[in-house]
Design a protein. Structure first.
Length: 209
């Protein structure tokens, strides 16, 4: 009976390893601003990276009261990749498209890749309330771990404004801090499953002596 239980647990762990390998996610929080006098209280939003096969789905969601703006001090999202990938499936393409690379985000340095704002964004914050507050796209051929910091230690930067501020004062450049993993690491589950298999084998050998 003990052997059967151990074999069941091992099989379950192996199944979890396979499931975890299909999709995992990391969450980042946009917490810092680049305004000399401050630009409202953070956090300003989140960026979530979700692994899906050999691609990563990226979603940036702004906090309530904040909007994407087009001031020239940055882009809707700038990020750094250690391995070159291809940006595809940019949602809300009326407002967002693949930006220039490399891209510079004011005080937060340069990044290898970016999502830019189309002409429909308008200048400054003039059209900000019409722009979606969620940005999503896919980077093909990369892993979540390929998203890394730039030379200034920043994962992400975004050009956003706070509701109620005049256009000339709306710029917020917010940089992302790494968050906790949202799914168990496959390596840890594999180690547990291997350990249970080894224990099951030891019990079987002891029973046969």
């Amino acid at each position: 009976m003990m052997l059967k239980k151990l074999m069941y647990l091992s099989g379950l762990c192996m199944f979890l390893v396979a499931a975890a390998g299909v999709s995992r996610a990391d969450s980042f929080t946009l917490t810092e601003d680049g305004c000399s006098g401050g630009c409202g209280a953070g956090p300003y939003g989140t960026v979530t990276l979700t692994q899906s096969g050999s691609n990563v789905d990226v979603t940036e969601t702004l906090a309530s009261g904040y909007y994407f703006v087009n001031t020239g001090a940055g882009n809707p999202l700038e990020f750094n990749l250690s391995t070159a990938g291809t940006i595809t499936d940019v949602a809300s393409s009326t407002y967002f498209d693949v930006g220039a690379s490399p891209a510079t985000a004011s005080t937060f340095g340069s990044f290898t890749d970016s999502i830019g704002c189309t002409s429909n964004c308008g200048n400054g914050g003039s059209n900000s309330f019409n722009i979606p507050t969620t940005l999503s796209f896919t980077v093909d051929g990369v892993d979540v771990s390929d998203f890394t910091t730039n030379s200034d230690g920043n994962y992400f930067a975004t050009d956003i404004g706070e509701a109620g501020m005049v256009n000339g004062q709306m710029t917020i450049i917010a940089t992302g801090n790494v968050g906790a993993a949202m799914a168990p690491e496959p390596a840890s589950l594999l180690l547990l499953g291997t350990g249970l298999l080894g224990l099951a084998g030891a019990v079987k050998m002891k029973m046969s002596v």
